[in-house]
Design a protein around this ligand. Structure first.
Ligand code: BG6
Ligand code: MG
Length: 494
């Protein structure tokens, strides 16, 4: 059963309640910092949130009302849904549930609550909960946490808004980040703004907001300040306060990673690192793509053509050596192949002949390329980036770049092309990317370079650009961003 030891009680305090009106109770815990609400209708009563599981909220509510008590979560965090196990069924957003079965941590063992296998009933935006003479509308306001719901009680003119809006601070981070799908601050802030605008558009339908923490009711004008806060963050003008001014979080190790952002009365706690990287990301206006290994795969053609040349000269050549040629110019590639050459020294003219020989074979192979050689994912991502306002350039060491783009029908996709024909130094020299930025009319700092070769990542860094690694370049661990797949760019360049 419940852990009722003095220490836990001392830490979490007892629950208290006061009546807001004849049929509405505000229930507070955690020394007044945690808020739940009991709304009584003619048929049923609705409890909003269930706290940590320390207090039997069902028994608690049954002392306040003689109506059957149903329960809904504003979201799935432990301080709001930990007590769900006192009820046989709970309403919530589909993305909100705490995993009771595998849950570890928290002030008590919620897996041992009387109904830890409670039935989940899912709510979505626009649903209503009918309490008899009192009807509660469900509004999806997911941002701070997944599956966040607000409950609009038009009859009593109150908006219950969970942790998405409060007078002290909204926490815009996840303590444990999901590896696959990290908490993306920019996306969350954009979402928060849209949600708050949605609530503000309905301001005539309620007088006050009732959050999950730190004081209620609060003025609905907070919504406007939160819209202003999101705008300030997105425009890079937000005020960051020197101190968190939150003794509990300051004492927690996570406190070192957070900062308090503010606009008027509204405040978000955000991870400093995410705020900084968002700033960096938002400076980006242009993307410069390497060609081979990023947009198309011509490695095999390079290999076959060099192999033919090497065999003709009796030089050992294999795929491992071929890998070293990635991003390297034609003549520099030849020098790498000649490391295995044991004959008489070659004149420059002879070397040029060999490179030309290889290129003739290579060009024949390129003629077999068709638009099918570019994936749908690549094509659609380029289109979407342009739609989002980015300008895009090619930055390839290849002198055949335009021919390849023509073959695969990508020539028109780019705003500028910088390739082997307009440079004298090949990657890791930044020249090809700097030219690309110049052709686009952008500063290097505004460009993101996408590369599959370490030499290309080095070139991007040397040019003062941000870099994103895909394929082999991921292993060098030098890039600012790692792309598991090409369309991951759309998560970076919002
Ligand atoms: C790069 C390739 O894109 O172009 C290199 O990654 C190649 O392997 C270089 O050597 C030069 O290509 P080209 O077409 O000018 O011989
Ligand atoms: Mg490449």
């Amino acid at each position: 059963m419940m852990d009722t030891s003095t220490t836990v009680q001392e830490a979490f305090g007892t629950f208290e309640n006061w009546k807001y009106d004849e049929n509405t109770w505000f229930i507070t815990g955690l020394g007044g910092s945690l808020y739940m609400y009991l709304l009584e209708g003619s048929e049923k009563a609705l409890l909003i949130d269930t706290a940590y599981g320390l207090c039997d909220m069902k028994a608690y509510c049954e002392k306040l009302t003689d109506k059957p008590v149903i329960v809904a979560n504003t979201h799935g965090h432990l301080d709001h849904a930990g007590g769900n196990g006192f009820f046989t069924e709970v309403y919530m957003h589909e993305n909100a549930p705490i995993d009771y079965k595998t849950f570890e941590g928290g002030p008590c063992d919620i897996t041992k609550l009387p109904h830890s296998d409670f039935k989940k009933r899912y709510l979505k935006d626009g649903d209503t909960i009918d309490l008899g003479d009192r009807c509660i509308e469900v509004i999806d306001i997911t941002s701070h946490s997944n599956g966040s719901l607000a409950f609009l009680d038009k009859d009593h003119r109150l908006l219950f808004c969970g942790d998405e809006l409060e007078s002290s601070q909204v926490l815009m981070y996840e303590i444990v980040e999901a590896k696959k799908n990290p908490y993306d601050l920019e996306m969350r802030v954009r979402k928060h703004k849209v949600n708050m605008e949605k609530l503000w558009n309905r301001r005539e339908e309620f007088d006050f907001c009732c959050p999950g923490h730190n004081g209620a009711p609060i003025a609905k004008e907070y919504i406007q300040d939160f819209i202003g806060l999101s705008e300030a963050i997105l425009s890079g003008t937000v005020k960051v306060e020197d101190k968190l001014n939150h003794p509990h979080i300051e004492a927690d190790p996570i406190g070192a990673y957070l900062c308090r952002t503010r606009y008027k009365k509204a405040s978000f706690f955000v991870k400093k690192e995410q705020l900084l990287s968002m700033g960096k990301r938002m400076d980006m206006k242009a993307v410069i793509f390497d060609l081979d290994g990023v947009l198309v795969f011509t490695d095999k053609f390079h290999y076959q053509a060099w192999k033919k040349m090497a065999d003709g000269m009796g030089i050992y050549f294999d795929e491992e050596i071929n890998n070293r040629l990635r991003g390297v110019s034609r003549m520099a590639s030849l020098e790498i192949i000649l490391e295995r050459y044991e004959g008489e020294p070659l004149t420059l003219q002879k070397k040029e002949e060999l490179a030309e020989q290889k290129n003739e074979v290579y060009k024949e192979l390129l003629k077999t390329m068709t638009p099918e050689d570019v994936s749908k994912e690549v094509r659609e991502t380029l289109i979407e980036l342009k739609k989002r306002g980015y300008v895009i350039a090619l930055g390839s060491s290849s002198k055949n770049a335009k021919f390849i783009l023509q073959q695969v029908d990508l020539l028109d996709a780019f705003d500028a092309i910088s390739d082997g024909t307009n440079i004298t130094h090949s990657k890791p020299d930044p020249e090809v990317f700097l030219k690309g930025a110049e052709f686009l009319g952008r500063n290097p700092a505004e460009c993101l370079v996408v590369e599959d070769a370490e030499a290309g990542i080095d070139a991007g860094i040397a040019g003062g650009m941000k870099t994103a690694a895909i394929g082999d370049a991921v292993n060098c661990k030098k890039a600012d961003y790692v792309l598991e797949t090409f369309s991951d760019l759309l998560r970076i360049l919002i």
